[in-house]
Design a protein around this ligand. Structure first.
Ligand code: GDP
Length: 443
């Protein structure tokens, strides 16, 4: 996430930590490097100025210069400055207990709006327990309606669409439909254009007047830098947005939009999109993002992600099996599926502090798939008793899974190693770490 900026900033901080002693002159150098990094990331100059003034004041103060650990204090000043410009964060939606809560999404074409509609609908269903209707309110681009319909239905949502009708009327009718069918929330996918224009704004205002949405959320592409900030200002002035969703935070965005948006618009960034899948959607926490940018890792999000995505019942069952040393290849496969549910491993590794940014650790998703294929090609008995898998069985499995005997051998060796390790676990005690680390070693 925001790799280039993150590398630059954490590089500067590392350099400062190496200086041993800090004085006004080298602090100034450090701050100048930080300023350059921010400008290069296309952060709005007003934000850069505010940030630099803030950090300078803090860093030149007695607290830093006279402290026992000046470099740490300086790092903290930079971290605090980042947290401040990232705003208050958000993620709480104004969802009513009764009636239909209306969430209107606006943004330029290509900002990730349609994908975000589905992500938000999933979020509302999961976190607020509301049946959510998706509304295709962009009749001008049949392809856009089609896309929402496809993505929405694929993920189990009802999509309301009407051709040859004006968007405010589509929305009105959609809400009547939602009432009739007992939906608790509706997400409106409004039309986007390549740039803001009067006609577009007029129409969005008419939708707003007609349906009186509880939230008007702007979707902006994190990869676009300051342009996105201008767009946000435009939407906010005309519509009064209630929050911002930054899509494509996973891309190699320079960071300009993410760092400028909240400060310039005065509106909170509520959520971020972190991938193309519907579950790649997180609440925006300024402190966690600042930690990630400064490469301090983000352990809190990691723990939450694991808790959210791992099936607790499964984990309990597994723990029992581990204690009895009855862990077999079926369980191994189950673990693999749980890990896959959490999304690309790179995303997860990014949350772990201190790991190098660009995968020196080569997590090979392809290899995970092959492992799955190998286990899937085994008979149930083989999965339960891996020791019966002799040479000819290995050949058959390799053939069936489209791999080779070498790969099958490697998997079985690793599995056998793992079993040996498990035997050494203290009786009744909890296994140290989890299967994740064993699998990572395997991959
Ligand atoms: P719209 O024109 O604003 O409706 O944009 P779309 O929803 O069609 O998104 C445009 C492209 O961006 C699609 O290929 C999406 O899969 C992709 N996209 C949307 N959100 C994200 C995200 O958070 N991360 C990544 N990597 N891709 C995204």
């Amino acid at each position: 996430m925001l790799n280039a900026l993150s590398e630059r900033l954490s590089g500067v901080l590392k350099k400062i930590r190496g200086w041993g002693s800090l004085n006004e002159s080298n602090i100034k150098d450090g701050i100048r490097d930080i300023k350059l990094a921010l400008l290069e990331a296309d952060v709005n100059y007003k934000v850069v100025k505010e940030f630099v003034d803030d950090v300078t004041k803090e860093a030149m103060g007695e607290k830093v210069l006279k402290s026992i650990k000046p470099a740490q204090q300086f790092t903290k000043a930079v971290y605090d400055g980042l947290v401040r410009i990232l705003g208050v964060g958000g993620g709480e939606l104004s969802i009513k207990s009764g009636g239909i809560s209306v969430l209107m999404l606006v943004g330029l074409q290509g900002s990730g709006k349609t994908t975000t509609c589905v992500k938000l609908a999933r979020w509302v269903e999961k976190n607020y327990n509301k049946k959510t209707l998706l509304v295709a309110a962009d009749p001008y681009r049949p392809a856009a309606m089609e896309q929402l319909d496809l993505l929405g239905s694929k993920n189990g949502f009802t999509v309301f669409k009407k051709e040859k009708m004006k968007p405010p009327d589509i929305c009105r009718e959609a809400l009547e439909y939602a009432k009739e069918k007992s939906f608790g929330a509706a997400v409106l996918d409004t039309a986007g254009r390549l740039e803001i224009d009067e006609q577009m704004m007029d129409e969005l205002t008419r939708i707003k007047d007609k349906v009186d949405p509880h939230e008007i959320l702007l979707v902006a592409d994190a990869a676009t830098g300051q342009v996105a900030v201008k767009v946000a200002q435009g939407f906010n002035e005309r519509l009064g947005i209630t929050g911002i969703i930054l899509s494509r935070m996973d891309s190699d965005a320079r960071g300009g939009a993410a760092l400028s948006m909240a400060y310039i618009t005065g509106k909170a960034i509520s959520f971020i999109g972190t991938g193309e899948k519907v579950d790649d959607f997180e609440k925006f926490y300024p402190d966690r993002i600042a930690s990630r940018i400064l490469d301090m890792g983000d352990v809190v999000t990691l723990v939450e992600k694991v808790q959210q995505d791992i099936d607790v019942e499964q984990a309990k069952k597994l723990e029992k099996k581990l204690k009895k040393n009855k862990f077999d290849l079926n369980d191994f496969l189950e673990q693999l599926k749980q890990i896959k549910k959490m999304g690309p491993l790179e995303n997860i590794l990014e949350l772990i502090p201190g790991l190098p940014k660009q995968a020196n650790i080569n997590i090979d998703e392809g290899e995970m798939k092959r492992t799955e294929a190998i286990i899937n090609s085994m008979t149930p008995r083989e999965r339960e008793h891996y020791k019966i898998i002799n040479g000819s069985r290995r050949k058959r499995i390799a053939l069936g899974s489209g791999t080779n005997v070498y790969e099958v051998n490697r998997l079985l060796n690793n599995f056998s190693q793992m079993k040996k390790l498990m035997k050494r676990l203290p009786k009744g005690g909890k296994p140290k770490g989890n299967m994740l680390s064993s699998l990572m070693k395997y991959s």
